[in-house]
Ligand binder design. Structure first.
Ligand code: GP9
Ligand code: MN
Length: 634
């Protein structure tokens, strides 16, 4: 061994290789990550490398052997502790660590108790790379030699590290577009960018929102409060309280847009059951209802429903602000004695739901673990909607009443795949496979909603419940404009694009006999006050930007998250003012007064979220808590 000529920096290479291989082995042995194809496997293998090259590479700047080796060992140990902490955490929570978890003191009790139980003697193997590195330093002949590193070599090394990072990000982007901007899920992040990079990303996201929060002192609320109060809508007392005490079932209809409702596709009815509902005597149907989501998609729509505030313009608020104080609909209904819950047969960490639901005071989250997904019950993104509804209603039958359940469907999700037996109508015939299949999955969704109603009746829950259903966001993006133009028989102008953001909304009140088609222009932000008023809950103190759609004061003015807006007369899109009736460009004057209002309203919402301002607000009294004593209300 003494005579062997090893490369000068072999100890650096050894450190990188050991941690790299160990991390990859740990991915497979200690986390349950679903790897669906070879590319995902390649990314998983590659993903620790860029970070390891970078941190261990810092050793190239050291001038003494001792300091360099100590740095390598300490780094290796810290990384081993981080990875191991994730392993131990995962054993209990099936999730990766995120900063807010460490700072949420309420979690600590759980963490401590769980940690003790989830440590085994064999866990020393998670530190095997540290031990081997230590051994290598002792026995590798040149580990005790110092090589002078030329700046050019060092530069080349870091260029290589950066190249690996970009290769990694590039491959991930093809596997999962918009991964970093939308965040999605911790598992997806770890799968794609690796545990270590994931922690950096997490620190970045969390510190950004912490900084804005630290600067806010609550004085910002005065102006926001004035705006909210001046737009307050008085309840309509013909409707107010008509569903008092009933169970509330809110259904998020994945990717459902209004353009399929009451329409046909090549002679096939697409939504037969929903079409019936639009004419039903117990159903209010809103054809001029718009989604207001941003990058957070489904989760943004949930945010709108729970908080009657806008989601954020960049990133997903479920990820960036799950540590905020909120006065959610779940919280209001909790106080009225409701058992509040969300049902969604997906990983609980998806969209950071587990964290956000805590912040929203949701009593229980029925995630994928609460469902029995038999062979053939899953397609596309997960459990099919029909069995999902069935098992959800089974859960409801066990609940203490009244309950507020939010159900999130999944089958009608891009890329809209279905098994043959679930295709009730043929595909469409455009150049877009996505749009062609969309009609089929929507048809399946329609069928699933029908079964939901039947299941509720069968369990005797129907009469005592109200059912609110809304499309969460668009399903067909502008990439399919040509195909959409073929289907709609008209060009997709910015006006049409805005109109395509209509999603259906239904409020079904069994036995009410008051059902009608409500033409009012409204948006997802209005769902909360509308439901609360139906239940007879006062919202006059709520810090909200939506209004009860049944109220005479409800304003026909819907702001999209990207600043477009729609009123009863105009549509403002692509910086052009359109006449709502004709779809033709109209006098900019007609839009002018609303342009500022739209950005003002979005701005207030952003202020509330970024400054975590609801911690300075007492929703019971409507008082602003703007002095030191407020600091304790976190
Ligand atoms: C996943 C579901 C779909 O849990 O919410 O997410 P989306 O991509 O529609 O936001
Ligand atoms: Mn969705």
């Amino acid at each position: 061994m003494k005579n062997m000529k090893l490369p000068k920096h072999s100890i650096l290479a050894v450190a990188i290789l050991l941690t790299w291989i160990k991390t990859y082995v740990v991915y497979h042995t200690s986390f349950d990550m679903k790897i669906e194809n070879v590319m995902q496997q390649v990314i998983l293998f590659l993903n620790p490398l860029s970070f390891l090259l970078l941190v261990y590479g810092i050793s190239l700047f050291f001038k003494s052997v001792k300091a360099r080796n100590r740095y390598l060992l300490i780094t290796s140990s810290i990384l081993a502790v981080i990875l191991y902490a994730n392993v131990a955490f995962y054993r209990f929570f099936s999730d990766f660590i995120t900063l807010p978890v460490l700072f949420q003191t309420s979690n600590f009790g759980d963490l401590g108790a769980s940690a003790a139980e989830s440590v085994y003697f064999t866990d020393v193997f998670y530190f095997i790379d540290v031990v081997l590195l230590f051994a290598a330093m002792k026995w590798l002949p040149n580990a005790k030699e110092m090589a002078i590193v030329k700046p050019a070599i060092r530069r080349a090394y870091f260029v290589l590290a950066a190249a690996v990072l970009f290769l990694n990000l590039g491959l991930s982007e093809t596997e999962r577009p918009q991964l970093l901007t939308r965040s999605f899920d911790r598992e997806l992040l770890v799968k794609n960018i690796g545990t270590y990079n994931y922690h950096l990303y997490d620190i970045y996201i969390q510190s950004k929102s912490h900084a804005a929060r630290a600067l806010a002192d609550g004085s910002e609320l005065v102006e926001v409060n004035n705006y909210v109060r001046s737009n307050q809508a008085e309840p309509n007392y013909e409707v107010f309280g008509t569903a008092e005490g009933k169970n509330v079932i809110v259904v998020s209809l994945e990717s459902l847009q209004s353009f399929v409702v009451n329409e046909e596709m090549n002679g096939e009815v697409v939504t037969p059951f929903l079409n019936e509902l639009t004419k039903d005597e117990d159903t209010f149907y809103f054809p001029n209802f718009y989604h207001q989501t941003g990058l957070g998609k489904t989760s943004d729509s949930e945010f709108l429903v729970e908080n009657s505030l806008y989601p954020l313009g960049g990133g997903a608020v479920f990820f960036t602000h799950s540590g905020n104080t909120y006065n959610s609909m779940a919280e209001s209904l909790n106080e009225k004695g409701y058992f509040t819950n969300v049902m969604h047969a997906n990983n609980k960490s998806f969209w950071n739901r587990d964290m956000m639901y805590n912040a929203l005071n949701v009593d229980q989250f029925y995630d994928v673990e609460s469902y029995d997904i038999a062979e053939g019950d899953a397609v596309n993104w997960g459990m099919k909607d029909i069995p999902f509804f069935k098992q959800s209603v089974d859960h409801m039958a066990e609940m203490k009443q009244p309950f507020y359940s939010r159900l999130i469907t999944l089958t009608n999700h891009y890329p809209f795949h279905l098994e043959e037996k679930d295709k009730f109508i043929p595909e469409y015939d455009s150049n877009s496979g996505t749009l062609n299949r969309y009609f089929q999955t929507v048809r399946y969704m329609d069928e699933s909603v029908k079964t939901l109603f039947e299941d509720l009746k069968a369990k005797g829950l129907y009469e005592d419940s109200i059912i609110v259903m809304y499309g969460d966001h668009y399903g067909i993006s502008e990439n399919h404009n040509e195909a959409m133009a073929q289907y709609l028989g008209k060009d997709i102008t910015p006006f049409e694009s805005a109109q395509l953001q209509r999603v259906p909304m239904f409020i079904h009140v069994p036995g009410s006999n008051k059902g009608e088609v409500v033409e009012e222009v409204a948006g997802q932000i209005d769902i909360r006050p509308t439901i609360l008023h139906l239940l007879g809950v006062d919202t006059s103190k709520d810090m909200q930007l939506g209004a009860d759609v049944f109220s005479k004061d409800h304003e026909e003015f819907v702001v999209f998250r990207d600043g477009r807006f729609v009123t009863d007369e105009v549509v403002y899109a692509g910086n052009v003012c359109y006449d709502k009736e004709t779809g033709l460009e109209t006098d900019a004057e007609a839009c002018a007064p609303y342009i500022e209002r739209a950005s003002e309203e979005l701005g207030y919402s952003d202020e509330i979220i970024n400054g975590d301002l609801l911690r300075f607000y007492d929703e019971k009294t409507g008082n602003l808590l703007i002095d030191e004593t407020t600091e304790s209300k976190k």
